[in-house]
Design a protein around this ligand. Structure first.
Ligand code: 5AD
Ligand code: SF4
Length: 481
């Protein structure tokens, strides 16, 4: 028992270290304050985030640090004193975009030598990427990875006070840092990361190599954070992890994701709980039961299938068959009536035949997902699938992708049509983009609903009658009670 506690202590960043970082934070704050007094101008940062919600959540932490250091956010890159790219390497496209952005900054750095350009996140956990940036983008001042994000105050302080580029990327499996500042983007919904890393090694995926092994935050830390969010007025919590279903397994004391859900369900102030992502192989009956029992847990489950063919699933190392997935989806729908299922699908995994692809279409037709995130397979160096010689030609991938979209769009639209004339409860999130009278909220099933509303409704659960339906969103009228 004591050994286990020791092990967990080792993955936790010490309070001394967090205090040390707070001191660096103060140092930068002082430097900025002095400069502000001289120039009469607040220091500004520009932060761009790529990839998943866990990256968004990491960026909220960077924003938390920056805010406490006296920086304000700006959309205008030319005005910034610090520019940060929080990167993603799940697909090649995201990586190419980062290089594009970095290339475009060369002139700005020449004009403003004191500008700090930083890149962090998953891409930086790949040594060849770091090498490439060091060689080709010499104007980058600071490179750091996912495991040492908590050291950002120290890294920024060092970058500001030295003239040479700074690279600090930890290869280690990573740690958990508690007690860092955070500046959340949204005042109604809050992301809470409950675990880091992934142990699954799906054969196409780079995540386990860049995010390390699974590490769960303690239930106590998570519950305290959610309680605080409830007190601060947040209404919806999204629990995040690469594979939330295996939450707690590393603690080996019976802690499970289902148990966490039951606890979070009791927290005052919080009206809705969502979570992602769930791996089908780990979705236990205990969790299905918890989804059914917990009043606040939304009737929505994101359950990536990735492919329909059992052969492809095996080669992807997903550890379930087509039939097992269909059976699981049916059991969930049965246990939680009206639940919306969404999924991720990869098209054109190496060796995928037309017949394999038809299995994916078949799963779509059978499960009838509310929506699907569809991706063209992207070769990721270092993963087993990238070494395969039977890569699917681009034009074949593209053709299959278009067909998949056509089928899914039809299904999404048909499901949305079913909402016509219905009264639904939505949590109001804010104004719709580009419109100062139309507000946006979501149903428990994660449907976006637009309606004419008022500012004081933000953060409230209201009822709306659906009067117009599109593939991606619904439109309705507020029912005043
Ligand atoms: N190519 C295409 N899509 C990928 N994903 C992960 N790795 C790859 C890859 N190499 C997709 C999966 C995963 C989602 C986050 O990204 O569908 O669920
Ligand atoms: Fe990647 Fe698979 Fe882990 Fe998801 S479960 S992060 S797809 S390795």
């Amino acid at each position: 028992m004591s050994l286990r506690i020791e092990e967990r202590k080792n993955i936790q960043v010490s309070t001394e270290e967090i205090t040390r970082q707070r001191q660096f934070l103060e140092e930068v704050k002082q430097i900025n304050y002095q400069k502000e007094l001289k120039t009469g101008r607040k220091k500004l940062y520009h932060l761009v985030t790529f990839g998943c919600q866990m990256n968004e959540n990491d960026s909220e932490r960077l924003a938390g640090f920056l805010g406490e250091m006296g920086y304000a956010e700006t959309e205008n890159i030319n005005d910034s004193d610090v520019i940060i790219y929080n990167t993603c390497c799940v697909r090649e496209n995201a990586e190419l975009k980062v290089y594009g952005h970095l290339g475009a900054l060369k002139h700005l750095k020449e004009e403003k030598p004191e500008l700090i350009i930083a890149v962090c996140g998953c891409m930086m956990q790949q040594p060849e990427v770091v090498e490439h940036i060091r060689k080709k983008y010499r104007h980058v001042d600071l490179i750091f990875g996912t495991h040492n994000l908590f050291k950002f105050p120290e890294l920024l302080y060092t970058a500001i006070s030295s003239n040479s580029p700074l690279v600090e990327v930890w290869e280690t499996a990573g740690t958990i840092a508690e007690g860092m500042p955070i500046e959340r983007k949204n005042g109604v919904k809050a992301w809470v990361t409950i675990m880091y890393g992934c142990n699954n090694f799906c054969s196409y995926c780079i995540v386990p190599y860049v995010r390390g092994r699974e590490r769960s935050r303690s239930m106590e830390d998570i519950i305290n954070e959610v309680r605080m969010l409830g007190q601060q007025g947040y209404k919806e919590i999204a629990l995040l992890g690469q594979n939330v279903n295996s939450y707690g397994k590393d603690m080996k004391d019976g802690t499970s994701f289902a148990k966490l859900l039951y606890e979070i369900d009791k927290i005052e102030g919080i009206e809705r709980v969502r979570f992602m992502t769930s791996h089908p192989k780990d979705l236990s009956d205990e969790l299905i039961q918890a989804m059914r029992d917990c009043k606040k847990v939304c009737r929505h489950l994101h359950l990536p299938v990735q492919a329909g063919s059992t052969k492809v699933l095996k080669e992807m190392n997903r550890k379930y068959t087509k039939e097992q997935y269909l059976d699981l989806a049916a059991r969930i729908k049965n246990a939680v009536p009206g639940i919306a299922l969404t999924t991720d699908i990869i098209v054109g995994f190496p060796g995928e035949t037309e017949e394999d692809f038809n299995d994916t279409i078949d799963v779509l037709e059978k499960v009838r997902f509310d929506s699907a995130y569809t991706f063209l397979y992207s070769k990721r160096t270092g993963t087993p699938a990238a070494k395969r010689e039977d890569q699917v030609p681009e034009e074949v991938k593209k053709r299959r992708f278009d067909r998949l979209l056509e089928v899914q769009n039809r299904i999404s639209r048909e499901i949305n049509d079913g909402y016509m004339g219905k009264e639904v409860e939505i949590l109001v999130e804010g104004l719709s983009k580009n419109n100062d009278e139309t507000y946006t909220g979501r149903t428990s099933t994660d449907k976006i609903v637009h309606f004419k509303g008022r500012e004081e409704l933000i953060g409230k659960l209201v009822t709306v009658r659906i009067e117009q339906v599109q593939t991606w969103s619904l439109f309705g009228t507020l029912i005043e009670k």
